[in-house]
Every structure is written in structure tokens, then in C-alpha cells.
Design a protein. Structure first.
Length: 161
């Protein structure tokens, strides 16, 4: 996993937190599987058939996937789970591991999972890795929010950013 400095700081502050786990609502979302539509991969539960026309609204397939596959992790937390930024970052890291395992079962193609945390908000999204397409700028340090990027292909992980 590659992170910028704000994410490194959040994760360091969260190392002593207890009861960090993958929330059940997130497990259900991922457990619902994925859908391949015209070469784009989506959370099955988030893709709607009428969204098919939305591909033309995005610059590329990666942008389309990132728009549809963006979730606010705080909406998936269970009652009583910590919602401060360090806890969100740690929970997101657990969710990344959960999602990576399921994406690898679904397809051998490489995927990129992106998490951003700002205050009490955490966005998690994923997309298939494609040549010439990117959701993020090359310099993660240019982002104010905390950013973590995980590539399902180990070769990509080492070469990213």
C-alpha cells in the first residue's frame, strides 16, 4: 500500500486502536459480488442498468468505475464503531484487505483501490488498472486529504507513484 504523509500520520495514530474490523454492511456490499459491463467492473449492488448511458459522461472507463464504485465508508460503519479520522483510516485498511481478496477471486486483472480520509469522512473506490488512464495525480503528496492506494498486482504496487 502506498500512502501520502497525512495517511501515514493517521495510520500511526491508529495503531493503538482496538476493535478495528471490516464492518458487516461493507462485507455485504462486497459479498454481493461484481458486475462486468462493457469492460468496466462495478460493485454489483451499486450498478444500475440505466447507468449504462453514463459511460459517455466520463472521460474514460476508469473515471466511470471510480464514480460508480465510490462509497463513503462512514455510511457502512456499524453502531458504536469509532468515526474519528485515525479509526476511519485503520478501518479502511482492513476493508482494503477484504476487497482485495474478493477482487482477486473475481478476476486476475489488476485493480487499484483508493482511499481518502478527511476529518470524519472516508471515501473508498476501486477501478481496473488501464494504460493511459488514472484517477489520481502522480504526486500523492499534492493532496491535502490522507490518501492510500493499493494495487492488486504486486508488480504495479511497486511501480506506482
Amino acid at each position: 500500500m502506498i500512502t501520502n504523509r497525512p495517511m501515514q500520520e493517521l495510520l500511526a495514530r491508529g495503531t493503538n486502536l482496538t476493535e478495528i474490523y471490516v464492518p458487516s454492511p461493507f462485507q455485504l456490499l462486497v459479498g454481493g459480488g461484481f458486475k462486468d459491463v462493457q469492460g468496466c467492473i462495478f460493485f454489483r449492488e451499486l450498478f444500475h442498468h440505466d447507468a449504462l448511458t453514463s459511460l459517455a459522461l466520463h472521460q474514460d472507463m476508469t473515471g466511470y468505475e471510480c464514480a460508480v464504485n465510490a462509497i463513503h465508508l462512514e455510511d457502512y460503519l456499524e453502531k458504536g464503531m469509532a468515526r474519528e479520522a485515525p479509526a476511519l483510516a485503520m478501518t479502511a485498511a482492513k476493508c482494503i484487505d477484504w476487497l482485495v481478496e474478493r477482487l482477486r477471486r473475481f478476476s486476475s486483472e489488476p485493480f487499484r483501490i483508493i482511499v481518502s480520509v478527511r476529518a470524519r469522512n472516508c471515501t473508498l473506490r476501486f477501478h481496473k488498472v488501464r494504460d493511459g488512464e488514472s484517477w489520481l495525480a502522480d504526486n500523492l503528496e499534492g493532496y491535502e486529504e490522507a490518501i492510500a492506494v493499493y494495487d492488486t498486482s504486486p508488480q504495479l504496487e511497486r511501480s506506482h507513484v
